[in-house]
Write a protein that binds this ligand. Structure first.
Ligand code: GLP
Length: 243
């Protein structure tokens, strides 16, 4: 538990840096990182860019896998997760864009796209550190309430609550929010060696309570990580209001 959201960002970035440096990546040894979007991780990305600019950290031998992407939103759209990742992170660091894996929500065959994504994670040797955020309804990535805890990367129809929450990014017009997304499954994230989940703000307090103090439940998909051998939450004081 950190005091503020800034402290959460600082802690998370320092942890990512330590994990990458401890691993000592190289040409035959890539560090694999699972990444989220949303407003919560922005501060962490800013600090990671700072580490890179200060010469303390390189992403040359890092492969990233993003959690999710909207279906049928052009890549160039400012709210696509593709745009978000390049705009907020990848364009500012030395990652080779071919090592930055993002689901393509405009692929002609979405099921094939999801299977190919799972395959590329396997081919990269699995994910060492998966970073996630949560929705106010306790979803991780786009694993909406009711998702199977054994789920894999697939197409998912968004819950009304998610559409409502994300409409703030679409000029508060709910009709502009895509209704479907591609998302890694709960089991995809469970496979990672370590899972780090960032939760900030009062609006997530009830979800955090459900995630860590109640039983494992597919209506609060983030609760699945109670069963993970190395999963932890980094939260600010506001997010603990219901604990
Ligand atoms: C979206 C994303 C999630 C993210 C959530 C929370 O639904 N699919 O991966 O965790 O938003 O976003 P924020 O951090 O903006 O609250």
């Amino acid at each position: 538990i950190c005091d503020t959201a800034n402290d959460v960002a600082e802690w998370a970035a320092a942890y990512v840096k330590k994990r990458i440096l401890d691993f000592a990546p190289g040409p035959d040894r890539y560090f694999t990182l699972g990444l989220p979007t949303g407003s919560t991780p922005l501060g962490m990305y800013r600090r990671l860019i700072r580490y890179y600019k200060d010469g303390e950290l390189s992403f040359k031998y890092v492969k990233t896998f993003n959690m999710d992407e909207y279906v049928n939103l052009p890549r160039s759209h400012e709210e696509s997760y593709h745009y978000y990742m390049f705009h907020n992170f990848f364009s500012h660091i030395d990652i080779d864009p071919s090592n930055a894996h993002l689901l393509d929500g405009n692929a002609p065959d979405l099921d094939a796209e999801c299977q190919a994504f799972e395959r590329s994670i396997r081919e990269a040797g699995g994910i060492r550190l998966f970073i996630g955020g949560i929705g106010p309804d306790g979803h991780i990535a786009f694993n909406e309430p009711g998702s199977s805890l054994n789920s894999r990367t697939r197409v998912k129809t968004l819950a009304q609550e998610t559409i409502d929450a994300n409409s703030r990014f679409f000029g508060n017009d709910k009709s502009l929010v895509p209704t479907q997304a591609l998302t890694v499954g709960v089991a995809t994230v469970m496979d990672a060696d370590t899972v780090m989940i960032l939760v900030t703000g009062m609006a997530k307090a009830f979800a955090l309570h459900k995630a860590i103090e109640c039983g494992i439940n597919h209506m609060w998909t983030v609760s699945a990580f109670q069963n993970h051998p190395q999963a932890f939450f980094i939260v600010d004081d506001d997010a603990t209001a219901e604990l």
